[in-house]
Design a protein around this ligand. Sequence first.
Ligand SMILES: [Ca+2]
Ligand SMILES: [Ca+2]
Length: 241
Amino acid sequence: MLRRAPLIVGVGALLVGATALAAIDRIDGAAVASERAVRGDRVVIEPEPPAMIARYRVSFIVTWGSATHPGTLPPGSHVSPAVVAAHAEPGDLFAVGAVASVGVESMAEVGATSTLVAELRADPSVGTVTTGRRIDGPGIDEFDVDVTQQHGLVSLVSMLAPSPDWFVGVGDVQLLGVGGWVDRLELPLGAYDAGTDSGSGFTSPNVDTRPAQPIGGPRDVPFAAAVAEGSFGRVVIERIG
Ligand SMILES: [Ca+2]
Ligand SMILES: [Ca+2]
């Protein structure tokens, strides 16, 4: 009631009794919002085809740290700025069993994003591309990604650092299903060896792998031990528009 007092003063001179209260209700913010909600309900119940574009919030949740990996965590552990892309074809960003692109090699070995981003932006099969920030885990980075019917897959990659060529991510997450756009997905981070450096431990010196091996799961004991010790984190993908 105190909140409404100034409004009563403002219109009171010309309005009396029930008429005055009705006018005040109409200009009260909550009443207006409630009317809009009712109108919104009427729109929502009408059947609609899937929108051409959906906006998703991609949350990159890194748990890798001394609490989860006390036995295997290297000094200075962090993850590099993630690269996130919406794309059309499986494997546009990376694929297990395929040789890494120069951009994926650079991401996985030194945490760089520029070459990978340039590759993706030059690829007509790729839509939105965005990059994040380094995370000294645990921590979270978030990306708002526009996904279209043409570019309905999302992938995310980020280097585990320090490491020879080990990275985490999710690949080819399909967001447009038979029932329309997916509302929410929660996925564990995959752990990959890019096949481009032969160092065998987190802090090994660089040893370029020639010819490169295909991208695969952990090949080296220290990486496999870290995977066995605990999850590096997860990705939550939630529709926001
Ligand atoms: Ca390797
Ligand atoms: Ca290399």
